[in-house]
Unconditional design. Structure first.
Length: 326
């Protein structure tokens, strides 16, 4: 009896750290942060030395990426440091999501600055040092490709880890993304894209004298970055606002809990589902049944077929008769 009581206490005092973190992504974002910061300093110094406003502007533009990627790295370490802190009711995973949301706002700011700067170039064209700008833009592109490879490796490591512990649902792939890593990756890719566009504009201006191409491509790049930022804002805001009731897992919970049998009828009258990790969910449900022997533990056993349900709060109301149609 004593050991049984200890087991019950252990079940009641379960761990609320539902996400294991992503050490590969933490190391990758930290390395990318330092590489981006060094390249930022190089571009700012080159812009000042060659009197090139284009390089100087791109250097300050890269500084915003360095800050955002730095925030992503800090988010990983902070979430890991406080993962056992009882003040966080469902763990610290959403620290990473909050940082991803902030990074998306940074991207919108970058897009706005790119658009404003490009419009200013249309109104008041400036002399461009094409040779120097091309060399630095090419160097910036190489740096961004290296950073993208580093973060891509971290993504594949995390993706493989998720699938190693998955449950085979077709919709699982869409829910396994590390949104904090995705935000850092989008910053790097957007910077690489703007470097490519800048090189195209510089080549066109240098060879054909199309000075208008630089601000025109700047506007196109701003729109592209804004579109990426919007997508990231939607993904992260959905998690922050717990908008999960349209997810297939909700129907799966109803399917396994709501049972009509010879022993009784069971229906869910209230259900709330929210994410507490990259691929795991918590739920709170109220059950109406005419089976007096039904217990919360029986419901948890039914839910156990779905490994992504890691925490459940269950309330049961027993009624003498429950119509099948209800």
């Amino acid at each position: 009896m004593h050991s049984h009581d200890n087991q019950q206490l252990a079940d009641l005092n379960h761990d609320h750290s539902f996400d294991q973190g992503n050490l590969a992504a933490e190391r990758g974002t930290r390395l990318v942060m330092w590489i981006t910061a060094v390249m930022m300093v190089v571009e700012i110094f080159a812009g000042w030395w060659y009197n090139s406003m284009a390089l100087l502007a791109d250097g300050w533009h890269m500084s915003s990426h360095a800050v955002a990627i730095g925030l992503s790295a800090v988010a990983y370490s902070t979430a890991r440091r406080y993962s056992k802190d009882p003040r966080f009711a469902f763990g610290t995973w959403k620290i990473e999501i909050l940082t991803g949301f902030a990074s998306a706002l940074f991207l919108l700011g970058v897009a706005a600055m790119m658009m404003i700067g490009s419009i200013e170039r249309f109104i008041s064209p400036q002399e461009i040092h094409y040779k120097e700008a091309l060399v630095i833009a090419a160097l910036g592109l190489i740096v961004n490709i290296v950073c993208a490879l580093i973060l891509g490796k971290a993504h594949h490591h995390d993706h493989g880890h998720d699938h190693g512990h998955g449950h085979g649902h077709s919709h699982a792939h869409d829910q396994h993304h590390d949104l904090n890593l995705k935000s850092a990756y989008i910053h790097v890719i957007s910077d690489a894209a703007t470097s490519v566009l800048a090189m195209l504009a510089l080549v066109g201006g240098w060879i054909y004298g199309w000075s208008w191409l630089d601000p025109a491509i700047g506007c196109a790049g701003a729109v592209l970055v804004a579109v990426w930022a919007k997508g990231l804002i939607v993904d992260t805001a959905k998690v922050l606002l717990d908008r999960e009731m349209d997810h297939p897992v909700v129907d799966e919970i109803r399917e396994v809990v709501e049972v009509t049998s010879a022993t009784g009828n069971t229906r869910i009258t209230d259900l709330h589902v929210w994410r507490v990790g990259k691929q795991v969910y918590s739920c709170a449900l109220t059950v109406l049944t005419d089976d007096a022997s039904l217990t919360p533990e029986h419901i948890r056993q039914r839910l156990a077929v779905h490994e992504e349900i890691v925490h459940s709060t269950i309330e049961i109301h027993v009624t003498p008769r429950l119509s099948v149609s209800n």
